[in-house]
Structure formats: C-alpha cells, structure tokens
Design a protein around this ligand. Structure first.
Ligand code: DQA
Length: 139
C-alpha cells in the first residue's frame, strides 16, 4: 500500500506555530512514529506553501498511489483549483485537519475540498493523519 501525505501552507511550522492549537510535535517526528507503526505501508510526504505546487503534486501522484491524506491548511477554505485537482485524479483523497475547524472561526467551517474528497477527519490533533491513513487500510 502506497500513501501520500500532503501538507499545505504553514504546516511546515508544526511544533513551532500556535502550539495551543496545533501541538508541540514537529511533523517529522510524528511521521517517523507513523512509519514505525505501519512498516508495511509506504508513506511518502510532501509539504508546500504554494498552491500550484500542491496541485502539481496531486497530478504527479494522482494516478499511481492508493490514497492521499491531505491537509491543505487555509487553502481548504479558499481553493477551487485544489478542489478541481482532487476531482481530476483517480487516487482517493481524505481531507484532514489537526484542529476541530468547526469549533473555530466561521470562515474555517466551510471546505472547498470536502465534496471532492472521500471523507473528512478533523480535530484529533496529529492523529487525524493516522486516522486518515487507517481509513485506506479498512476500505
Ligand atoms: C488546519 C485548519 C485550517 O483552518 C488552518 O488554516 C490550518 C490548519 C488544521 O489542520 O487544523 O492551517 O488545516
């Protein structure tokens, strides 16, 4: 099984950025734990702060991987272009969020991407990524 994790803007600052919302752990440390926990799953990781680069990555892997676990950060709430890219590829995408976006500002309540995704997971801290990955193991 081949899973691509994609993180969007500002998620390179995990462990540094707004720790009360996003926690103390860097994504690299979490990723190592995830790879140890699922040694049989090939987990690739990509992060970019640039919308077009996220789209290029979806195109690049979108016909070869088994699944994508994507946290598009703030682009979740704004990007028609990322929604179109998700709809264009064959690989199913799970939208994930570290925080419970529904408990936060109203502009975070709407996702442009969710309708093109297989499902959405929000509010479980970094474990949202693990739950996204596990969803591909059960279906
Ligand atoms: C986020 C929630 C978004 O609203 C925000 O812009 C982020 C992170 C989350 O993981 O909780 O950058 O996607």
């Amino acid at each position: 099984m081949k899973i691509q994790i994609i993180n969007g803007p500002n998620l390179n600052l995990l462990g540094v950025r707004e720790k009360s919302i996003y926690g103390n752990s860097s994504f690299d440390v979490y990723l190592e734990e995830l790879r140890k926990r699922y040694p049989d799953v090939e987990i690739e990781y990509y992060q970019s702060n640039i919308e077009g680069e996220l789209i290029n990555k979806l195109h690049e892997i979108g016909f070869s991987f088994d699944g994508v676990v994507m946290n598009a950060g703030a682009y979740t709430h704004t990007s028609v272009a990322i929604a179109d890219a998700i709809a264009a590829i064959n690989t199913p995408v799970i939208e994930v969020h570290i925080s419970n976006v529904y408990k936060r500002e109203e502009f975070r309540h709407h996702s442009m991407l969710a309708a093109s995704c297989r499902g959405v997971i929000a509010g479980f801290g970094l474990d949202s990524y693990r739950l996204g990955l596990e969803s591909f193991l059960i279906s």
